[in-house]
Design a protein around this ligand. Structure first.
Ligand code: SF4
Ligand code: SF4
Length: 161
């Protein structure tokens, strides 16, 4: 884990442009999605998110209306109250948690609403999901936020040079 984090801290910023161009070059490669999913399993076996939580500390989580309803029910408050108290609405109507670091992040990096957390949190960093090869910009951005994503892209570059 330490090696992955140290590497990410040292190189992710300077390699951003290279990684973005590399990820763009993967578009259309139908084998990349399953390789990325395999690497996701391997890398997340080595990375303990509770020792990191950088996504929760730096990136406001997107919240869908069904997420908001589910979390509000869990908190025992009406959805409208939950939205007003905990979410921001973007210009296009999309909703996100209003605190960075996240309002629901505990000091020990656990999540106060883990069982009912937004789908975007559950699925982050989306490296095991179908369509990985098409999401070059998002994946490149995530190499800056997420040490595991940086490591997955690093290993992909070794497999598909
Ligand atoms: S940034 Fe990546 S490695 Fe860190 S907690 Fe989030 S998903 Fe886990
Ligand atoms: S809701 Fe939980 S998992 Fe999502 S960003 Fe906040 S603390 Fe992290």
């Amino acid at each position: 884990m330490k090696e992955i984090i140290d590497n990410w801290k040292k190189h992710s910023k300077e390699e951003y442009d290279e990684n973005l161009n590399y990820l763009k070059s993967l578009k259309g490669n139908k084998y990349v999605d399953s390789t990325a999913a395999d690497l996701d399993r391997t890398v997340f076996n080595k990375v303990d998110c509770l020792q990191c939580a950088n996504c929760c500390k730096t990136t406001p989580a997107m919240v869908s209306r069904p997420d908001a309803k589910r979390i509000a029910k869990h908190l025992g408050i009406p959805p409208k109250t939950f939205i007003k108290k905990y979410l921001l609405e973007d210009y296009d109507g999309s909703l996100m948690i209003n605190g960075v670091p996240c309002t629901f992040l505990n000091q020990d990096n656990t999540c106060m609403i883990y069982e009912v957390r937004p789908a975007a949190c559950r699925e982050y960093p989306h490296t095991s999901q179908f369509g990985f090869h098409r999401r070059s910009r998002m994946n490149a951005k995530n190499t800056l936020v997420c040490p595991a994503t940086y490591e997955i892209v690093k290993r992909l570059k070794e497999i598909y040079p």
